[in-house]
Design a protein around this ligand. Structure first.
Ligand code: OKP
Ligand code: ZN
Length: 358
């Protein structure tokens, strides 16, 4: 297994998100990724003779990002912090958060000049602070995703790794073609999918096991038949992101039948969750994919502070083994998981489950 760790993840460091009328400390913090690195170290996972190796990402080409995101959205993200400072130099001590959004009937074809208005045009919640290093961290995260794709399918067949991991934050699966939200700015799993196609894959599947519906990924690929999207998540009738993720969303146009949502009620435990996983895996298997992207959130953990499934740490070993059972090259992107102290064990258990099973 090859692990591409984002060298600049800590440059994205939000202070507050809005919750019930208050600013509360961000859940999506640099310590999450540091916990995974520390656990890899503790278990000597990437030591000589271990099952994995740690790598730096290769440089990223913007053209790959433009296969996933609208140029005007990428321009906005790249320049947002500078614009925020230009409004008032004192803004350097604050995160930029949106406060106004266009809803049904409003226009999105004309981007307003006003910064706050553009912030809202390109986002869907007030929980995703944009900070001085957001663009750099998100860019390098996409570089990790692209590198993980290249390493998975790029070399001679006999040298290919079983799996690769884009070990990055901020996460990506809520970010859509031209919007950020849910702590996500660049959709790393979508970038990985396009990079796998660029490596010669003809069909790809994305299996999202984060607690929250992967709305960004679904929206990016809903009209396509070559990229299957499957998401297992808390029912959007009660769980974030609320406005997408129902079972009747099956893809559009040529992509009809190539999106599968498996919403589960809050409170679901591992046995029922695993039954849904197996139906997702069956659909992935039927797709005839050349590689599978796993959007790996571990906020399905019973101790997660913002989620409500009941997985235990050892269940992640079983998840890894079930994924390996597909017998296909696996590319993991790191998504959610907010029980920071347990994050390392849970993520590395998935990886270990994969490597023990093969
Ligand atoms: C991102 B990922 C809780 C509000 C929920 C957004 C959750 C984003 C989850 N106070 N805010 O899918 O793990
Ligand atoms: Zn999540």
């Amino acid at each position: 297994m090859l692990i591409f760790a984002n060298p600049d993840h800590a440059a994205h460091c939000g202070r507050f998100e809005m919750f019930r009328g208050r600013q509360v400390p961000c859940h999506e913090v640099p310590a999450r990724l540091d916990q995974v690195l520390a656990e890899l170290e503790r278990r000597r996972f990437c030591a000589p003779g271990g099952p994995a190796a740690l790598r730096e990402p290769l440089p990223l080409e913007r053209a790959l990002l433009e296969r996933v995101h609208a140029p005007r959205y990428l321009d906005f993200l790249e320049n947002a912090w500078g614009e925020w400072l230009a409004l008032d130099p004192a803004n350097a001590a604050l995160d930029a958060l949106p406060s106004v959004w266009p809803v049904r009937g409003f226009r999105s074809d004309i981007a307003p000049q006003n910064f706050a208005a553009r912030m809202g045009l390109f986002s869907f919640d007030s929980g995703s602070p944009l900070t001085a290093g957001t663009w750099r961290a998100a860019w390098q995260g996409a570089a990790c995703a692209a590198s993980a794709a290249q390493a998975l399918l790029g070399g001679p067949t006999e040298d290919r790794p079983t799996a690769t991991l884009a070990l990055t934050r901020p996460p990506g699966h809520h970010a859509g073609p031209d919007f950020f939200g849910g702590y996500c700015f660049i959709n790393n799993a979508a970038v990985a999918a396009e990079a796998l196609l660029a490596q010669g894959a003809r069909r790809v599947a994305i299996l999202d096991v984060d607690y929250h519906h992967g709305n960004g990924t679904q929206t990016i690929f809903e009209a396509r038949a070559d990229i299957l999207t499957v998401s297992l998540h808390g029912d959007p009738r009660t769980e974030y992101p609320f406005y997408l993720g129902h079972a009747d969303e099956r893809g559009t146009g040529a992509g009809e039948g190539f999106n599968l949502n498996l919403p589960l009620p809050a409170g679901t435990g591992f046995d029922a969750w695993r039954r849904a996983l197996h139906s997702g895996l069956q659909r992935v298997s039927d797709h005839g994919a050349d590689a599978v992207i796993v959007a790996l959130g571990v906020d399905t953990f019973a101790g997660d502070p913002i989620s409500r499934f009941g997985l235990a740490s050892q269940d992640y070993l079983t998840l890894g083994a079930d994924l390996a059972g597909l017998g296909l090259p696996l590319l993991f992107t790191l998504e959610g998981g907010y029980a920071v102290a347990d994050m390392g064990v849970n993520v590395v258990n998935v990886l270990e489950g994969v490597m023990i099973a093969v």
